[in-house]
Design a protein around this ligand. Structure first.
Ligand code: HDD
Length: 729
């Protein structure tokens, strides 16, 4: 199925069945009188009840007590992982019926629009931490189908650190802030994380992803998503196929630079949250295509890796991704706590036609998610919270518990019963009753891992080999940074030993940055995740080579670069600006879907050459280049002189260049570029003629400039500028 183009609908239409279903639970105080929680109208919300105007507050003040008590209880525990997140409502539609593969009804009817709620997150940081941490991103989708809720609880990386859920608490303890001093926040660059990772070679492949630019997304809207595990599709005839789920963003997959990420964390820690919110508010609805890689049951053992091993992906060269439907996020939540915070995902929320495999990570997750909601949301009735309710009715014999909302009628709450006519009745498979896939299992009870899980390096190497030169440099720098923050030299060395198994050149470069040598490997066992009675020799990684030398889909350099929709573009201007140039370029950028802001020495208005008032969106004090994708400097003698003299403006341009962004200037604004450090890098003969050198556009004709600038912005970044490796600013 060919990629469908961006087809955003106006925000006003974004009312799905789930939005209708949430409506009775919404509240607005607009035009209403204030009441207590019990409906009593409040006359004075400013003063507590006192014994005399200078006297003590009275215990009798039930209004004060209710208000303070509720406030004292406002917080609930944050998620143990993925605490920091942001979410949106939307819809999903399948392109063509997938009934041959799965009986899931939401995948069988192209007319059917299934409401969804999607939450993106970082993993390690607390609720208040920065969006721009170097981290995996969660990509959790709740489909409110006519057969119940289906949750696809994935990440923006297709593999995971560990193979067995029993290691999850260890992994998370290692990455979270260290227990003695609660440092560092939202960062893996510390001893405990790398201590654990360096003892667990099964994490090698995921470490390549986590240290790559994938860990620094430009936007949630520009990330891929992956179900990670191999799941099953089961059709009406009971036939099963293995399936891997993918989300492919229609805006392409893009990242920011590490230096930029660190700056954004200070300038706007809500950068991704704001970006998602603003895009949806402006009608630039984020879209992804749902992709599936389908493997017939008969091919289970055909691959050089185990389909049940969550540290492996299926290269797209081996099994192409078929794009079967589209997800559109078209509405922001009304209330962060009620929706984004209280939404409860669970890999075990499936619908008929979707089933599990024996991937030991998936199997452990099937326990964890309900358990975590019980403590986080406070009891068994969390499914009754509006955002978690299915859009279809719920009937069973479960009863009561904290905060029960449902008023179950009738005498019988057991099955079988005769007093209630034996209802609610079980559903036959033909009526949509869920039946587990009838997989044959004939085995001994063991605590073991299959030998087919023991190749830890071949796909790590495949990933590294598939990266472009700038991506490889970023990955090398990321590892050097992270291990540079590790204090214990033995941990650094042990990690170099693992890197050397992946790529000797990579290990050597990181070692150089750390000022140490790559140890001789593998002299000693490197896997320390061994049972007490295990023989270390039986648990060491096996050496294997992927049959592919590289895989195109693994590099972000090969992503789509055909759109500037929702890219943020700064125009640096001051009084005396050439309004014709400014307006022409601005209009063209807006028409191409970009967001444009005029940045000037102060807020209010600037007055153009021809006395036109131009509103200013931000001053140099509030704006920063790291919050924009590209920058344009229009001409106009006085404006150009002011911008050239404005240190913040020159810094803005220098930094934009450093972060490899598209830059455009009118020919008569050239003196501004000459004030930057990168003027030396531009060809000398630029005048009126077009010069498109690594994303710097200099033009005298505004319409032509706009055209070239748009093409440059669509490229996203000109990473080649980083030669030799780093650009000072
Ligand atoms: Fe998990 C949350 C994704 C392994 C236990 N996980 C959580 C969220 C995402 C993932 C996106 C946030 C959901 C939201 O936005 O509310 N987790 C993954 C992926 C994994 C994975 C892609 C590996 C393939 N997780 C994993 C394991 C365990 C957990 C192995 C435990 C054995 N995950 C949890 C949890 C969380 C959670 C403790 C914390 C908050 C929550 O569930 O609702 O149950």
């Amino acid at each position: 199925m060919a990629t469908k183009k961006n087809s955003a609908k106006p925000a006003a239409e974004a009312i799905s069945e789930k939005i209708v279903n949430l409506a009775p639970h919404t509240e607005s105080g607009s035009g209403e009188l204030m009441t207590t929680n019990h409906g009593l109208k409040i006359n004075d919300d400013q003063n507590s009840l006192k014994a005399g105007e200078r006297g003590a507050t009275l215990l009798e003040d039930f209004i004060l007590r209710e208000k303070i008590t509720h406030f004292d209880h406002e917080r609930i525990p944050e998620r143990i992982v993925h605490a920091r997140g942001s979410a949106a409502h939307g819809v999903f539609k399948v392109y063509e019926s997938q009934a041959a593969l799965t009986r899931a009804s939401f995948l069988s009817d192209p007319e059917l629009e299934t409401p969804v709620f999607v939450r993106f997150s970082t993993v390690a940081g607390s609720r208040g931490s920065t969006d721009l941490a170097r981290d995996v991103r969660g990509f959790a989708v709740k489909f409110y189908t006519q057969e119940g809720n289906f949750d696809l609880v994935g990440n923006n990386m297709p593999v995971f650190f560990i193979q067995d859920a029993i290691k999850f608490p260890d992994l998370i303890h290692a990455v979270k802030p260290e227990p003695d001093n609660e440092m560092p926040q939202a960062a893996s660059a510390h001893d405990t994380f790398w201590d654990f990772i360096s003892l667990m070679p099964e994490s090698a492949h995921m470490i390549m992803w986590a240290m790559s630019d994938r860990a620094l997304p430009r936007s949630y809207r520009m990330m891929e998503g992956f179900g990670v595990h191999t799941f099953r599709f089961v059709n009406e005839q009971g036939q099963s196929n293995f399936v891997k789920f993918h989300w492919k963003p229609l805006l392409g997959v893009h990242s920011v630079a590490w230096d930029e990420a660190q700056n954004i964390s200070g300038k706007d820690p809500d950068f991704h949250r704001r970006d998602l919110w603003d895009a949806i508010e402006s009608g630039a609805f984020p879209e992804w295509e749902l992709g599936v890689q389908v493997v017939p049951e008969a091919d289970e053992f055909k691959f050089e890796f185990d389909l049940l091993d969550p540290t492996k992906l299926i290269p797209e060269e081996l099994v192409p991704v078929q794009r079967i439907g589209k997800l559109t996020l078209n509405r922001n939540p009304d209330n962060f706590f009620a929706e984004t915070e209280q939404v409860a995902f669970h890999v075990g929320h499936v619908v008929p036609g979707i089933d599990f495999t024996n991937d030991p990570l998936l199997q452990g997750r099937l326990f964890s998610y309900t358990d975590t909601q019980l403590i986080r949301l406070g009891g068994t009735n969390f499914h009754e919270i509006p955002i978690n309710r299915p859009v279809i009715p719920v009937h069973n014999n479960q009863r009561d518990g904290h905060m029960r909302q449902t008023i179950n009628k009738g005498k019988s709450s057991y099955s079988p019963n005769s007093l209630g006519g034996n209802d609610p009745a079980q559903a036959k498979a033909a009526e949509g009753g869920f039946t587990s896939y009838n997989e044959r299992i004939d085995a001994r009870k063991v605590r073991q891992r299959s030998k087919s899980f023991f190749d830890h390096f071949s796909q790590a190497r495949l990933f590294f080999n598939s990266q472009s030169e700038p991506e490889k440099n970023h990955l090398t720098d990321a590892l050097t940074f992270e291990l540079g923050k590790v204090k214990t030299v033995a941990i650094r060395e042990r990690m170099l030993g693992i890197l050397a198994q992946i790529d000797k050149g990579l290990a050597a470069q990181v070692a150089y940055g750390l000022g140490i040598h790559v140890p001789q490997v593998p002299e000693q066992p490197i896997n320390k995740s061994i049972p007490a009675d295990g023989n270390p020799a039986d648990y060491q990684p096996i050496q294997a080579e992927s049959s592919l030398t590289s895989s195109e889909a693994l590099s972000m350099a090969n992503t789509i670069k055909d759109s500037i929709v929702s890219r943020k573009i700064a125009i640096l201007a001051a009084d005396g600006v050439n309004e014709k140039a400014l307006n022409t370029v601005k209009k063209a950028l807006l028409a191409a879907g970009a967001v444009v802001e005029v940045i000037a020495p102060r807020l209010g208005f600037i007055v153009s050459e021809n006395d036109e008032q131009i509103p200013v969106d931000q001053s140099f004090l509030t704006a920063a280049s790291v919050l924009f994708d590209a920058v344009y400097v229009p001409g106009g003698t006085n404006s150009v002189a002011s911008i050239e003299a404005e240190a913040d403006a020159v810094h803005f341009l220098n930094e934009a260049f450093k972060h490899c962004k598209a830059i455009a200037a009118d020919s008569d604004a050239i003196q501004v570029l000459e004030a930057t450090y990168f003027s030396k890098k531009l060809p000398e003969d630029y005048t009126d003629e077009t010069v498109l050198t690594e994303g710097v556009v200099i033009q005298s004709k505004p319409a032509k400039l706009a055209e070239q600038f748009i093409a440059a912005v669509a490229q996203h970044r000109f990473w080649e500028r980083e030669k030799p490796r780093k650009v000072p600013a």
